[in-house]
Design a protein around this ligand. Structure first.
Ligand code: SF4
Length: 721
């Protein structure tokens, strides 16, 4: 059933695909006499570290992968997630190397091999039919950060869907809530330089587990500690980071805003605030003071479950030690009150004047630097989009696919850089949607993921070893180039090439849809932004990475200059008032989960605690599965005893949305009333066929559009010894 626009893959298309094209003339590509080459690149994962690497090839085949020892932040090591990348991903015999067409029922993962031209022609034919019968909004893209590169994740794909007029995807699953909360206070989510945490003399690691999720940032914390900085971890869970802390405080999940307010109450009550900084560089202190009166340490303690005296001690130590840093990441934002937590925490450094000192302030993201410097907003060509085009939040995919009132319904789903059957909330609803017979599902990936099992067509995606890309890290100031080291295995192609081919099949010939990967990078590097001065494509090809030209010492807000509407740190934010939000920091109990508290009394967390997976990447690889061991549900001894559960028992964890079977880990690693398991496991590989997101609600955070994963409530019962 080839469409009328059927055509063979042209030489031009082939050249776009060819890794050799990008390698030609590469100054960083060193050949030895033995036919070996060392090619610079970087890890693609959605991780703050963005490790630089050197891939050694021999006669066109990658044979070694190691971290770049000269990189100042990542210093030559790649983490466990990249163990066996060459054998387990690049050359894995189970890797997708040809397009596939579904022959079984959706979800069965039964496919036949199909020729690229035939598969693309069929997809184009069906897309054209959907476009003519239902309009472009019947098409929904679904992608996130399966690779962090701007070419393969944020360029031609976005232009393609914008040009089509497809339903817009709100890509808010991770980081958006934290960004929104911090931005409400600071005007940005970017604070200090990651390396400057070494200079801190008091470090609060708040709701984050950098030992596992930012392994190259952790040595800087250790260095600060060697120089005398105490490290305080605020986390309900006893994580590997918390185990290394000097002091571990364990608030109840979702109560962090109350803790921040309690700390501020003590600081102001004791007169420890920086009066001059507040007067010069903040707005709304008097109004904030009024709000703080509602949060004496006793009330904050009642809400958080901490001791009032601990709140007082922490507040005094934080306010009187210079420089002091708060390190946040992404975790606590996954509540219905997540943005307000970050907004409240972000008031603390301004209150004590922590921004005055190198190594003082907040460390969260670095993404805004790159967004600004590379003009990432314009790279996606948002002007192609009609702002009135409807949007779907990616955390509510199941709802969007099953909503009978949606007009037009989603008829085509194109998934790349993501695996929503594993990572999206309300997993059973997502699968129900993916099973729809009238839905055309196209997946581009390296393996037949749990999402690809439902696809009509699965296309083989190239890996980071096989394409050109530019990485704009969210946890480092180093702009990083990834050169292709080898030709794509089999018939795999980069995402960018997939969208070029699909556009051509649909008769879309606009040049901006057919820019080469190198042209996209050159466009980004040519923004003329001062942070990029001296950083050229040629330099990146030669050196691999380059630090942005940020002023040194880096003291972004020592003298105010917050990029807020007022230009000051907004303790009181008019911008929130305008959207109907409370302009002052406040605490509201998380309440996003409609499950009944009586039936489902335990808070369910599904954390990024697995050292061997990055979200759902690598969770199909025997080496990584074996190293991580079977997933376990951490349950407090009292909760376990109340249910007759002992260590190692098989338990059923359930709520109104779903159930999963898992072994119990009875320990005090979690708080009473809270259970926790790692996320990322593929449901299809677990007994019972469900993973953590079978239990998570698809509600949204207070603002920012993130998901309220951690508002999940469950019950647990023993089903076997
Ligand atoms: S996952 Fe993160 S720490 Fe691990 S190699 Fe990749 S960038 Fe580095």
């Amino acid at each position: 059933m080839a469409g009328s626009g059927s055509r063979r893959i042209s030489r031009r298309e082939f050249i776009h695909t060819s890794a050799a094209t990008a390698l030609l003339g590469s100054e960083s590509f060193r050949r030895s006499e033995a036919g070996r080459a060392e090619v610079r690149g970087a890890c693609m994962h959605d991780c703050p570290d963005t490790c630089s690497w050197l891939m050694t090839t021999e006669n066109g085949r990658a044979v070694e992968l190691e971290g770049d020892r000269n990189h100042p932040l990542t210093r030559g090591s790649l983490c466990e997630k990249m163990d066996g990348f060459l054998t387990d991903v690049l050359y894995n015999p189970d890797r997708l190397v040809h397009p596939l067409r579904r022959v079984g029922e959706k979800g069965e993962a039964k496919f036949e091999r199909v020729d690229w031209d035939e598969a693309l022609d069929e997809v184009a034919f069906r897309l054209k039919k959907i476009l003519s019968e239902h309009g472009a909004t019947a098409v929904l893209p679904y992608s996130y950060a399966g690779t962090e590169g701007i070419v393969q994740a944020k360029s031609l794909d976005r232009r393609f869907f914008a040009r089509l007029g497809a339903t817009r995807l709100e890509r808010d699953i991770c980081g958006a809530t934290a960004h929104a909360g911090l931005t409400a206070t600071m005007g940005t989510s970017t604070g200090i330089l990651p390396e400057d945490i070494q200079k801190s003399r008091f470090i609060i690691i708040w709701g984050s587990n950098p030992v596992v999720t930012n392994p190259h940032g952790w040595p800087h914390v250790e260095e600060a500690r060697r120089r005398g900085a105490p490290v305080v971890v605020i986390d309900p869970l006893r994580t590997p980071t918390a185990e290394r802390a000097d002091w571990h405080l364990r608030p109840r999940p979702g109560t962090d805003a109350a803790l921040a307010l309690g700390l501020m109450h003590v600081i102001v009550r004791e007169g420890l605030q920086d009066v001059e900084y507040i007067e010069s560089y903040t707005v709304g202190f008097d109004r904030l003071r009024g709000r703080l009166a509602e949060y004496p340490p006793e009330r904050a303690a009642e809400i958080t479950g901490l001791k009032p005296e601990d709140i007082v001690s922490l507040a005094k130590a934080y306010a009187t030690t210079r420089p002091a840093t708060i390190r946040t990441q992404i975790a606590m934002e996954k509540h219905s009150n997540g943005a307000m937590m970050y907004r409240s925490i972000a008031c603390l450094p301004a209150l004590v004047g922590a921004w005055r000192h190198e190594g003082g302030g907040i460390l969260q993201f670095t993404a805004d630097w790159f967004y600004e410097a590379l003009g990432l907003g314009s790279l996606t060509m948002p002007e192609l989009e009609d702002p009135k085009t409807r949007s779907v939040n990616m955390v509510q995919l199941g709802k969007a696919l099953t909503d009978e009132k949606l007009d037009p319904p989603i008829r085509a789903l194109i998934v790349y850089n993501s695996n929503p059957a594993t990572i999206a909330q309300n997993q059973n609803l997502v699968r129900e949607g993916l099973k729809r017979k009238d839905l055309l599902t196209v997946v581009l990936d390296h393996f037949v993921t749990d999402t690809a099992r439902f696809a009509d067509y699965v296309f083989p995606a190239a890996t980071q070893a096989e394409y050109l890309d530019l990485l704009a890290p969210w946890g480092s100031p180093y702009l990083t180039l990834n050169l292709p080291a080898v030709e794509p295995v089999g018939e795999a192609i980069p995402n960018s090439e997939f969208f070029r081919r699909l556009a051509r099949r649909l008769g879309l010939e606009e040049p901006y849809l057919h820019a080469s990967d190198e042209e996209i990078i050159q466009q980004a590097l040519g923004s003329g932004h001062p942070y990029l001065e001296g950083i050229t494509y040629e330099r990146l090809r030669r050196e691999g990475w380059a630090p942005l030209n940020l002023p040194r010492p880096y003291l972004p807000f020592a003298k105010g200059g917050f990029p807020t509407p007022s230009g000051k740190c907004e303790l009181y934010a008019e911008s929130l008032l305008a959207t109907g939000m409370d302009p002052l920091p406040r605490y509201d109990a998380p309440e996003g989960d409609p499950s009944s508290l009586e039936r489902y009394p335990l808070t369910f967390l599904s954390t990024k605690s697995n050292r061997y997976f990055l979200n759902s990447s690598h969770a199909n690889q025997p080496r990584h599965l074996e190293a991580s061991g079977e997933p376990r549900l951490s349950i407090h001894p009292k909760d376990a005893a109340n249910r007759g559960i002992e260590k190692g028992d098989k338990v059923r964890v359930f709520n109104a949305r779903g159930a999963l079977e898992i072994a119990a880990e009875v320990d005090e690693g979690t708080l009473e009333g809270v259970v926790n398991m790692p996320h990322g496991f593929w449901a299809s590989l677990l007994p019972g066929g469900s993973s953590a997101n079978a239990l998570t609600p698809d509600g949204l955070s207070d603002w920012g559009g993130g998901g309220s994963f951690y508002d999940a409530r469950v019950e647990v019962e023993k089903i076997g010894g």
